[in-house]
Design a protein around this ligand. Structure first.
Ligand SMILES: [Zn+2]
Length: 250
């Protein structure tokens, strides 16, 4: 069995991280994500895929703004990036290893206990339904994944976009250009959605209340091709809030 795996990215994993000199040490947090992409991903083969996503989690690190995208099957389809991994998967151990590398990138290298989740989100798996129907994905891989997920049960229980076996609760994505997505497995970071999902205006308001300090985050997502169906509305509400504020200060 040899399975093609990729990472489904809905945030900064795709664009964050600086490029340090080659002499930079392995523990450097600033370039960790960049090195992860170089060492594990075929970034040049990324494709745009349609997935149900929205901004749905406040981030303490980013001024309590709704800057984290969540998967939510009731949301309109937006666009995310699917990036093939360099390595293929022959066993559940390979799959778990890929997830640990992804999670270390999420943590900018600070993942000494080699976790695959945290209280704010978790690694989630998607299976290509055609490969599943053809029995290409061995049951042992899925069972091995579920057993590993069980070790971090509390984080998974808290994340309603993922089931108890660590499977992401959305359909296998289609490519924006209509071509088939030629992968067997996808791993994604599923941010734990906030209890009540915010409206476009709520998202805009959160950035405004933070004096727009973190609006570059959502703009960088958008420019990188990570786009929710609600982005245009969010940007319009931000402009409205700016205009209102100017009026009030007159
Ligand atoms: Zn560095």
């Amino acid at each position: 069995m040899e399975l093609r795996i990729g990472i489904l990215i809905v945030g900064a994993l795709y664009w964050d991280g600086q490029i340090c000199p080659a002499s930079c040490d392995q523990d450097c947090r600033k370039c960790y994500r960049h090195r992860w992409r170089e060492n594990r991903l075929k970034i040049e083969d990324a494709s745009v895929v349609k997935v149900p996503i929205r901004y749905g989690r406040r981030s303490k690190l980013r001024g309590n703004t709704y800057s984290s995208i969540v998967f939510d099957r009731t949301s309109k389809l937006g666009e995310a990036l699917s990036v093939p991994c360099i390595n293929t998967v022959h066993s559940s151990a390979d799959l778990i290893d890929e997830a640990m590398h992804m999670w270390s990138a999420e943590m900018n290298g600070d993942n000494k206990s080699m976790q695959i989740s945290a209280n704010w989100g978790c690694s989630a798996l998607l299976l290509n339904p055609e490969c599943r129907a053809e029995d290409k994905i061995a049951n042992a891989v899925i069972a091995g994944w579920a057993a590993r997920v069980e070790e971090e049960r509390i984080n998974y229980e808290n994340c309603r976009s993922v089931d108890k076996n660590g499977l992401l609760l959305i359909d296998w994505p289609i490519r924006a250009d209509g071509q088939p997505l030629e992968l067997d497995l996808l791993l994604a970071t599923a941010n734990r959605p906030d209890t009540i999902l915010p409206s476009e205006k709520d998202v805009a308001q959160s950035f405004f209340e933070d004096d727009l300090r973190n609006v570059s985050y959502i703009l960088r997502n958008h420019r990188s091709g990570i786009r929710t169906a609600y982005d245009t509305g969010i940007f319009a509400h931000i402009e409205e809030l700016k205009a209102e504020n100017i009026k009030h200060s007159d």
